[in-house]
Design a protein around this ligand. Sequence first.
Ligand code: HEC
Ligand SMILES: [Cu+2]
Length: 490
Amino acid sequence: MTMITNKQTVKNKLKVLVLTLSLLAIGSCSQKENKTTKMNSDMAEQIVVSNELEAELTSPPLVPKPVGKRSAAHLKVNLEILEQEGEMVDGVKYIYWTFGGTVPGSFIRTRVGDEVEFTLKNHPDNKLPHNIDMHAVTGPGGGAASSLVAPGHEVTFSFKTLQPGLYVYHCATAPVGMHIANGMYGLILVEPEGGLPPVDKEYYIMQGDFYTKGDYGEKGVQPFDMNKALKEQPDYVVFNGHVNGLVNENAITAQVGETVRLFVGNGGPNLVSSFHVIGEIFDRVHVEGGDLINENVQTTLIPAGGAAIVEFKVNTPGTFVIVDHSIFRAFNKGALGMLKVEGKENPNVFAGKIREGIYLPEGGTIQNMPNEIPKKEVIENKTVAQQIKDGKNVFTRTCFACHQSEGQGIDGIFPPLAKSDYLNKDVNRAIKTVINGLQGEITVNNVKYNSIMTSQNLNDQEIADVLTYVYNSWGNNKTVVTPQMVQKNR
Ligand code: HEC
Ligand SMILES: [Cu+2]
């Protein structure tokens, strides 16, 4: 911690700073790692890579090993997209879309001048195409334009890291807001030459806002709510994907006297974060994840799609509560985490009782995301009413993302299922569409569409149910589809 004791010291410090700056200005290009001038991307572009490395990827709150003194490399990154059910808070389930199986996605650590060979894999069990836009990339769409990948496929593209900093990555597939709202974001760090100064502990935290059909705490699988997202009224605002993502046994830890560095991002999709640690002052903040360093900061603002690097030394033991200081979010919507510091009391710094600052939201049990969505059983000879009910669930899980809640579709991208002449004309064609997917030009209600629907990986009963639901909703012709009819079209 920098302690400024009197004006004289400040003056002396300024003198030293001015001297350092002028020396740096005289210095040659090879001194590009200095922290007071912006990294020159022209120079970074010229860095020649020598060896090839496989990137270490980590789940939050962990980060990969620092780059240290290693030279720029050809760095291979392999990231797998997984859509899977997880728990938001006690009994509240959510289908998260993830980069690497966690929210936020795997942490990627690079250095300036690395040539990154990035492979994005979309797991065959997934329902949707995805891509990745990395704010660390200089190029079309931050990589999004080159990385759209359907379930069961992989795609590889490459880029060179030109500017040091902490950058957000996210999915940018339509509807973009929905992909981000479901958890598709993470952080990629580009360290300067020679690496960031060493610290004792480093952690990865990312805030996100979530929008569910039910209110906060309403149990069951909660589908995404587009209306609330449009109004920017989240039910949940959380760190690391869950209400208890950074609480109790998920808390981050340190020992008295250690220096801590937090890589903090904000996935949004909507809210900005007033990031604060109760009972700590940040010694240094890399404002917005860039080169500008602010010192002695209480709360730092992190924009949606932005980040900050926060550093401080812990001087006293206790539980330090991490919050978005838009405080209802912290105590009522989940934006609350913990840093547990162990070690000797330090009465010089703090002599009073220190444990009254602990706030626990209702219910403390934590479950990890299961790796697989449990297989649904197939019940033959259902009533039509039961088929419609089950079909609605399949629709919400599977078709809703593209065809929308009332089957209205999205202009020019996803055709409507409501009052669709295409759908109502030919039931076997509709069944085949769900089994095999569809691409090429089609005309629905006199509007042309030329896009791709991926095959939906559902069993006969699920396809029968979902189509029966669709045919019996929104003004369609009330066809009943049986599993036998689906079987005939396989
Ligand atoms: C990833 C987005 C996506 C998902 C998920 C999806 N579809 Fe589609 N669907 C499309 C697109 C795009 C088309 C048009 C394809 C084309 O242009 O050839 C389409 C076309 C259709 C059509 C024919 C056109 C029409 O409007 O009648 C039907 C029927 C259909 N989808 C049903 C479903 C059902 C049922 C589900 C869920 C089991 C589903 N789709 C899931 C994107 C999707
Ligand atoms: Cu996506």
